[in-house]
Every structure is written in structure tokens, then in C-alpha cells.
Design a protein around this ligand. Structure first.
Ligand code: EPU
Length: 337
């Protein structure tokens, strides 16, 4: 089923809660609805697939059609002794799937508890937290190709996942609408507690059960990250920069306590953008309606009434300060429209 809205306010459709409008919004329920939306002469020319609006910054009126999946079904499509394969529709909130998995004793997404956003958005930027990434459990992504109006799917390998990256942010950007994702989850315990204080927080709760890990992740996130329902934000505004190994080593000599993380490529290291911004003295910095969050410098917040341009002005200022102090360019993780 399709629902249409015209000249619609976006405030409640983006977690930054910026005050912009869209010409047209189409909500669709099942993948087949897209045949109807794109299969006619009046099909949308300028469009953008909108998930939960958690990783987006509108800087102006959206003069086109926002296409929003609202199907939320979870189905088990394969099961053996060790694992199940879930087919999940794009419109489901990511954390509702995590809650469902934990309740059903399925391992693999518990570290990704409470990440805001929808299932359909999860493969695009390969969401990640606490040593886990969506790519670890994604087996297949199903989508509608708006170029030839056909339904297609890509295997895990074809999605070309990397840190906060996939083919959907590259070759397929602006060309496809993800309609469902297939996740392989495990029936036997696979705790992954290596990141930061996750192990200690889980042990405090009585050990590595699915429920305890989920509780621990939720509690760490709530203590560090602002709730978008209370304070507009889009989670990490910037990506953690990936730099050459030599540069990371040179910086380590100068800044002893600088966090450095390995990457799949041994020649490259990941630095913590939050740490770099914090070192510039910007944590808690406020400029009019917007600011750098006081507990996590990676997050920009809307104190109320901000428009997208104000957020971008602050983002540019943060980038220039980091470039000035460290000679490192950080870039937004958030999609700017
Ligand atoms: N740090 C500071 N000051 C700050 C923020 C961080 O010194 O203001 C330091 C921390 O002490 C730590 C390091 O920087 O040593 C890294 O910080 P943290 O563990 O909080 O993780 P992050 O790199 O800031 C990433 C993800 C988050 C995810 C966390 C936990 C990115 C861009 N962000 O943040 O994802 O929740 O790891 O795994 O990779 C998101 O994408 O929206 C998001 C919140």
C-alpha cells in the first residue's frame, strides 16, 4: 500500500529535528509497491530513500520525493542447528530487530543494540558499534533498481562492505531503494566483548548472556550519546579518519594517550575523531542553536530551532580546527542534503 503526503514538514522525520519541508513523500509497504511508484510516466525524477532520518541533515527544502519504506516484517527463511536466516523488511527499526533476536536467543546483533535507524539504512553505511558491524551478519541485500525498474539482490561480497561504507554509498548511490535485508544469526553463544568497557559492564550484570550484553550496550550508549527524542542529533556526525600507519605512529609519539585502532589493511590505522575534536577544546562548545555534545565530541546537537545551515557552519568550524591542530581532515558521516 502507498501513502502520499505533499508539502510535508520534516521536523519529525529527521533526528536532528531541523525545520525543513519536502515537496512530496511516498510511504510504501511492500517491495512490489515500487513497481507502481516508478512504473509510470509521472514517476519521481528527483527522489531520496529516507529511513529513520537518523543519518541525514536537511540544509534546505527537499524539492523532490522522499521515498520511505514502512514494511516491518521479520521472517525466518532458513534454519539449521547452528543458525537462522532472517528476512527483515526495510521499514523496521533496527533496534526492534535486535530486541527480537535477543528475545529469540539469537546471537550476532546484541552489540549493535540501540543504534537509531531502520533496517534498510543498516547496510548503506554498514552501521557499527562496540566491535561489531552490520556486515558481520548481513548475508544478502534486496533492492529495487530505479534505472531499469527491476527487483535485484546482492550477496554479502557484492555489497563491498568496509568501515561505514558499502556499494550503496558508491556505485549504487541514488539508484536503488533497499527493500529488505537478510541476516544470518547464530544459535550458540558468540560473545564479543573486546571493545572498551563492554566486558566489565557485562560482568557487572552477571556474565555474558544475550540479555546482559544488550543491557550493558544500552547503558553505555545512554551514558554517552544524547537521545534524539530529547536533543536533536544524528549520532556520530563525523567518520573516524583512516590514516597511513606512519602518520599514526608519528602522532602517537607526540600525543601518548591518543587512541589508535587497527583496520583490515595493516598499512592504515583508524583514529578517533571524537578524541581529536575534544583535544581542540570543542566538547560542549555552543554556537547559537547548535553545539558539540558535552559528553561525546563526535556528535553535533540541535538545542532547538536550528536549521541545517547552522549545523553545517559548526561542522566546518570543527573540521578546520582539527585540520589546524593535527593536519588531519575529518569528514561527515551524515548525509547532507
Ligand atoms: N573520545 C574522547 N572524547 C570524546 C569522544 C571520544 O576523548 O569526546 C575518545 C574516547 O575516550 C575513546 C575514543 O575517543 O578513547 C573513541 O571513542 P568511543 O569509544 O566513544 O567511540 P567513537 O569512535 O567515538 C564509534 C562509532 C559510534 C559507536 C562507538 C562505539 C564512528 C564514527 N562512531 O564512536 O557510532 O557507537 O564507536 O563503538 O565510527 C554512530 O555511528 O552514530 C555511532 C554513535
Amino acid at each position: 500500500m502507498i501513502k502520499e503526503f505533499f508539502n510535508h514538514p520534516l521536523r519529525e522525520l529527521n533526528s536532528f529535528h531541523v525545520e525543513e519541508q519536502a515537496d512530496h513523500i511516498i510511504e510504501f509497504d511492500s517491495a512490489e509497491d515500487l513497481d507502481q511508484i516508478f512504473g509510470k510516466e509521472s514517476s519521481p525524477k528527483k527522489w531520496y530513500a529516507l529511513g529513520g532520518g537518523n543519518n541525514i541533515l536537511f540544509t534546505r527544502r527537499f524539492e523532490g520525493t522522499l521515498i520511505k519504506p514502512i514494511g516491518k516484517t521479520i521472517r525466518i527463511i532458513e534454519e539449521d542447528e547452528e543458525s537462522v536466516l532472517l528476512h527483515v523488511e526495510a521499514g523496521l527499526e533496527w533496534d526492534d530487530m535486535v530486541e527480537w533476536a535477543v528475545e529469540h536467543g539469537l546471537w550476532g546483533v546484541e552489540n549493535l543494540s540501540l543504534i537509531p535507524g531502520t533496517i534498510g539504512a543498516s547496510p548503506v553505511q554498514n552501521i557499527g558499534a562496540y566491535g561489531a558491524e552490520a556486515k558481520d551478519v548481513i548475508e544478502r541485500v534486496n533492492f529495487f533498481d530505479t534505472q531499469d525498474c527491476t527487483h535485484k539482490s546482492l550477496s554479502h561480497e557484492e555489497c563491498r562492505f568496509a568501515y561505514r561504507d558499502s556499494i550503496f554509498k558508491r556505485e549504487l548511490k541514488g539508484l536503488c531503494i533497499i527493500t529488505s535485508v537478510e541476516f544470518r544469526l547464530k544459535k550458540t553463544p558468540q560473545p564479543n566483548l573486546g571493545y572498551g568497557d563492554l566486558k566489565a559492564e557485562t560482568e557487572k550484570r552477571g556474565g555474558a548472556t544475550l540479555g546482559n550484553i544488550r543491557d550493558a550496550v544500552c547503558s553505555i550508549r545512554r551514558s554517552k550519546l544524547p537521545d534524539p527524542a530529547e536533543l536533536g542529533n544524528a549520532g556520530s556526525f563525523f567518520k573516524n579518519p583512516i590514516v597511513e600507519h606512519e602518520l599514526a605512529e608519528q602522532m602517537r609519539l607526540k600525543y601518548e594517550n591518543m587512541p589508535i585502532y587497527p583496520t583490515a589493511d595493516t598499512q592504515k590505522k583508524k583514529l578517533a575523531a571524537g578524541w581529536l575534536i575534544d583535544q581542540c577544546g570543542l566538547k560542549g562548545y555552543r554556537q547559537g542553536h547548535v553545539g558539540v555534545h558535552e559528553r561525546q565530541a563526535l556528535v553535533l546537537v540541535n538545542y532547538g530551532g536550528a536549521n541545517g545551515d547552522e549545523v553545517m557552519t559548526l561542522a566546518h568550524e570543527v573540521c578546520s580546527k582539527v585540520a589546524e591542530k593535527f593536519g588531519i581532515d575529518i569528514e561527515p558521516e551524515v548525509n547532507v542534503l
